[in-house]
Design a binder for this molecule. Structure first.
Ligand code: OGA
Ligand code: MN
Length: 279
């Protein structure tokens, strides 16, 4: 294995790794440390079966299944499919998932540690994924802002996200809503392994700041969200089939970008590693 930085603030490309085979424990420890420090790992030219993708993902911890059960890969409930492909009248995956800045499952009391997204079919243009370092975004805040936001908590709401992102779809049922109630998380979170602080916000999923009802909370939130994804902190990933990308949801945000979904097919498989309560 050879590790090469992608940008100074985020990302490591791992060369000479074949993830079909079990990764030795000391190599895996190196990968975990690289993920903790650099937030994103890229492996190109992989040829993974669903079972191999799941097995490698499990090394990082227990896997979660997504609330939208209709988009789970048949036979592999750990795999959440992102796709525009319709097969026999039925979408094989969720389309337009993550087309806004977010950290995965932040609307849960215990959001996920990381996600492993494997590219099966990718359009020749568009559909890049953007990653922003929330370590770098926090470090770049001025001292007054850091002190001011340190005790504050954001309200994370899946209903708010769903209503904005999927306004054209059937609204969530009351059962689905009950499964994902609004919750709060600190705006500044501590990475449980590195101890570093990062900004924890989100574009549509964070509906407000606890105790700051009215315009003042919304203004602060908009300012933090804009700062968080300043181009200084952002890496654009241009996908190739066979790419496996792992990101640390405890220190990054990401978003998908559009593509010509009439002309091109996109099929991506995601696994999601359980995490703990942000503090
Ligand atoms: C995700 C996600 C973005 C993309 O898989 O969690 O947000 O570009 N994906 O598919
Ligand atoms: Mn996502």
């Amino acid at each position: 294995m050879k590790l090469q930085p992608i940008t100074p603030f985020l990302g490591i490309e791992v060369h000479d790794a074949d993830l079909r085979k079990p990764v030795a424990d000391d190599d895996f420890a190196t990968l975990r440390e690289a993920l903790n420090q650099h937030s994103v790992l890229l492996f190109r030219d992989q040829t993974l079966s669903e079972a191999e993708h799941v097995a490698f993902s499990r090394r990082f911890g227990p896997l979660l299944t997504h609330v939208l059960a209709q988009f789970l890969k048949p036979g592999f409930p750990e795999i959440y499919v992102l796709s525009n492909v319709v097969d026999g009248g039925k979408p094989i995956g969720n389309h337009k998932e993550g087309w806004n800045w977010h950290s995965d499952l932040s609307y849960k009391a215990e959001p996920c540690l990381g996600s492993l997204l494997y590219a099966i079919e990718t359009p020749p243009e568009g559909a890049d994924t953007l990653f922003a370092s929330m370590y770098a975004a926090f470090d770049a805040l001025d001292d007054d802002t850091r002190d001011f936001i340190r005790p504050l908590r954001g309200v994370h709401s899946y209903s708010s996200y769903y209503g904005k992102a999927f306004a054209d779809r059937t609204p969530l049922s009351s059962e689905q809503k009950a499964a994902v109630p609004d919750i709060t998380h600190p705006l500044v979170r501590t990475h449980p392994e590195t101890g570093r602080l990062s900004l924890y916000v989100g574009e549509d999923v964070v509906s407000g700041i606890e105790g700051m009802e009215g315009p003042e909370g919304q203004v602060l939130l908009a300012r933090l969200n804009a700062h968080a994804v300043d181009s200084r902190f952002v890496y654009r990933h241009v996908w190739q089939p066979g790419d496996l990308l792992i990101w640390d949801n405890r220190s990054t945000m990401h978003r998908a970008t559009p593509y010509d979904d009439v002309k091109y097919r996109r099929v991506m498989h995601r696994t999601t590693v359980a995490g703990d309560r942000p503090f």
